[in-house]
Every structure is written in C-alpha cells, then in structure tokens.
Write a protein that binds this ligand. Sequence first.
Ligand code: MN
Length: 384
Amino acid sequence: MTAPGAGRLRAAALSDVGRARERNEDSLFVGAAVFAVADGLGGHRAGEVASALSLEPIAALAAAPPDDSFRDLTAAVQRANREVYERARGNADLSGMGTTLTALAVRGGVARIAHVGDSRCYLIRAGEIRRLTEDHTVVARRVREGSLSPEEAATHPHRSLLLRALGSEPSVLVDQADLDLLPGDRLLLCSDGLTGPVSDEEILRLAGADPDLDAACRGLVALANARGGPDNVTVVLIEHGSDDPPSPAPAARRPRSRPGRPRATRTLTWCLVILSTAIGAWVVVRAVAGRNYFVGVDGGRVAIFRGLPDSPLRGLARVEERTPIRVNDVAAYYRPRLAEGLRARTLLEARRIVENIRGALGPAPAASGSPGPALPTGPPGGGP
Ligand code: MN
C-alpha cells in the first residue's frame, strides 16, 4: 500500500512553561507531515504573539498538498518572518518582538528542515543522536571560531543571545537542509528550554527508544524541570516508522490510570482523528491555556470570539464580547486581519488587541454612544 521509503509518521509533542517563567512563549505545530517549534522573544506578551504568529504560515502550508508543503517550507519561514516583522512594526506594544522557528516537512522518505534561531532539530538513528541545526547565537559562533569552548558556551550568561531571529528584519537568512530518512529514524524539534539543562546524551536516552512517544516527551520535559526548568520547554518528537500499520492500542503495556478504553470510545477517537485530518492542518497546539480566542467582526462591529478563526472551525466560534467599534472606522491595516480573525490566547489578550485597534481608529469618533454600564457621575458622597 505505502510506497517504499514512505514510512508512516508518528508524532507526539509537549510544551511546558517550566519552573522559572510566568508565561510560555514557545509555540509548536504538529500536522500530518509538517512540524515546527518556535520560541518567542520580547517583553510583556510580545514573545507569545511572535511565536504563535510565526506558526500561521506553517499551519497554512500544512493544509496544502504534501508536495507543495515540502517545496515551500523555507518560503513559509520567510513569510513567517515578514508577518512577525510587520506586526512588530505596526504595533508599539509589540515592537522588538521576535521568534526562533525550526520547521520540518516530510515527503516520501525525505525530511526538509528550515531553521532560524537556537531551537534545534536532532536526528536519532541507530542509537545515536546528531544535531542537524546550528544555533544562531553569539556563543555558538564564538565556539565555531574557537574563542570559546563548548563547556564555556553551555553555561555562558548570554548563551541565548541570538544572531538571527524572525521579526527583526524584513527578510531573514533561513538555513535549509534535506535528509534521507531510514525506517525507525526519529526527529526531535525542541526549544532551548530543553537543550539548556539537558544534554544530548540524556535526550538520546529519553527519546531514542521509548515506543511511547508521548511518554518520551513527558520524560524530556520532566528532566528539564527537574533541573530547575529555567525556561519554557517544548518538544516535538517524530518517528519515521516502517511500512507496517501501527498495532492498535497495545494491550497491557505500561498500565496507567486509564486502563483500556472501551472499543466504542476508541472507534470514536479514530473517527475524530480521521475527520480532523481531513479538515487539514488539524492541530495548532499552544502550550498553556490554548489559543482559543480571536478578535473578528460580528454584525459590522469588532467583537471577541471564543474559538478558532480558521475556516473549518470558525462556525463553532461564538461571540464572547461585543464592542461598539465599527469595522468601517478601523484603521485599514487591521481590516483584513479582522476578517481573518486576530488570535489571542486569553480573553485579556483579546481585549488588549481590541485596545490596540481602538487606539488605531481613524479620525476619532465623537465620544458618544459608548454602551456599557453607565458610570456614576459626580463625586460619591458629595459635599454638605
Ligand atoms: Mn527559550
């Protein structure tokens, strides 16, 4: 059935805020044959915005025919750069934001990697681990030049200082590499929150052999956190399997708190998986609470929706909050973006986007007719 060399892909992913950070600024994407990790940089929430935004062209790519997504991977990273750059320029709160992006597309037996920054892609093959990406950091360059030892680099206080990232220039140099895959190969995409505290040998031990990819991901994140979890940690583990169909739910392996689900549930799960896959880029996983808000248009006015703005799922989104802002008054920059839906991970972030839109209104409308609860007028209590 399957073409030789075109083994099936299995993937698992996990992202965690770690032990030292308040928010998770990493984002990840898992599609059928396209995968990515992004590690956002920037004050306030800008890093989260940058990493999430950079994955939108990747998600769009994953919805394209496989040949196209493979061919256009690097172009999609360029597009992601442009998006982040323009959003940062168009919004004072987001200026200076950026993100790493390490993306992977698989077609037939070939993996293509497109990479900017210090997230990494590893190949695990035949019990050995090999890094496929170069860190675009100042310390990595100094190691290459010989002015710093790898040991010094590993603990250098400025080891995260990037030479290259998405969002700082209108175009960016993207590293691209192709790799012929062998059955059983595993590829790991990860942010520096893993590779800071966890060594390559430990990654190999945890992610190299465990048949349960989810458990492997949990193991990697747990070790980073056991070492203090200094940064957000994100892992996407992909296995290029043999051509054998996967055995359905291996029995009695590693009994957990969820012993074998009833068959009906499993069938339902499979139906959902098939349905979701049919929908296309079916997972945009965000680490923390899930990116389940967006700012869009309802009845000609800006509104906050709960749900996802992507076309197959948009019908399920519902209005969470209305605003009095008329779309026709909104700055031209925002109009097409509102039509698409501006994503937010939290209601608070969505409200902030609304504030940005409000701040960018064309000619200020007369301050009248603003609905909402009337504020009490006059000083409370009053004088004698
Ligand atoms: Mn990081």
